[in-house]
Design a protein around this ligand. Sequence first.
Ligand code: ARG
Ligand code: ZN
Length: 345
Amino acid sequence: MDVDFHVNSNQADAVGVLLEQNSVEYKVLFDNLQDGINAQLDGQKSKRHSYTKYNTWEKIAEWTREMAKKYPNLVKRLDIGGTTEGRPMYVLQIGKSGTSRRAVFMDCGIHAREWISPAFCQWFLIEGEEEITELLNSLTFYILPVLNIDGYVWSWTEDRMWRKNRAPTVDEECIGTDLNRNFNISWCEIGSSDEPCSEIFCGSAAESEKETQNVANFIRSHMDSIKAYITIHSYSQMLLYPFSYTYDPAPNSKELDEIAKEAVHKLHSLYGTSYVYGPSAFTIYPTSGSSDDWAYAKGINYSFTFELRDKGKKGFLLPESKIKPTCQETTLAVASIAQYVISQY
Ligand code: ARG
Ligand code: ZN
């Protein structure tokens, strides 16, 4: 497979030589990563919250408050607990009062640097109106716009390429647990690391992290209604379903494959963006302790991971000008999954 990686400028020449000596084909995506960081904010200049810009956590938090105020009959803001650094984690509950016990849970921003992901959760709620209004007659959405808030803030203020949360570890030098390796499913086995300095550090125990606990507790206490779990990442253009921690097929893998096929087809219909889909372990790589496998093991039969645009050209630094088309097409895919869920219950 293709692998994208980042090297310090003082090592770049040596790495180039090594690749050549070993006849590894390669291409330079960013000659200077800072140029890409500077280029991502190419949208309208504006100080306000905007659906077509990347918003700071402050703006997103304020936006959740405004949504609940503006649409009191449709949107409720729930606080599911604090992050490591004490920021409240907000879930927006979207639904008509008195409607069904069926719900879809969707989180964004479990990995800090994947900025298009929180942008999508915000978009889906409002700009996705046309697609979701009808779904709301039979479904509630629980939307967690930023799961890893401390990491997201860090990616704005200190290190744009930050992935993990910001919790201290036993190693003073190394901060952060990969929250998508911290769930209680085959914890810290394949595709994860027990080294605190690793980007895929699994944490000191399953659910050791506040962020993981809050999400897991929320889902556990809404198990009677949540029928689907969707988690949004970037990048690669993939739609993944369980399992990730094993190459064995999931019990309903044929059904999951059909749902993914249809969702990807809908997504493609808008701008021709191609996604690949399939079981995580084969389609991207195996991981353990991931939220999608955990939700699935809990009994949520429809569990999906999206890897949004692009395929590496801009990677995590997807320009703001791509937010709108990316979110529009993804809305079609998520709506298609939700539609299927409705048809089943
Ligand atoms: N890119 C994500 C990660 O490394 C997801 C990888 C696939 N694993 C999964 N459980 N869906 O955490
Ligand atoms: Zn990710």
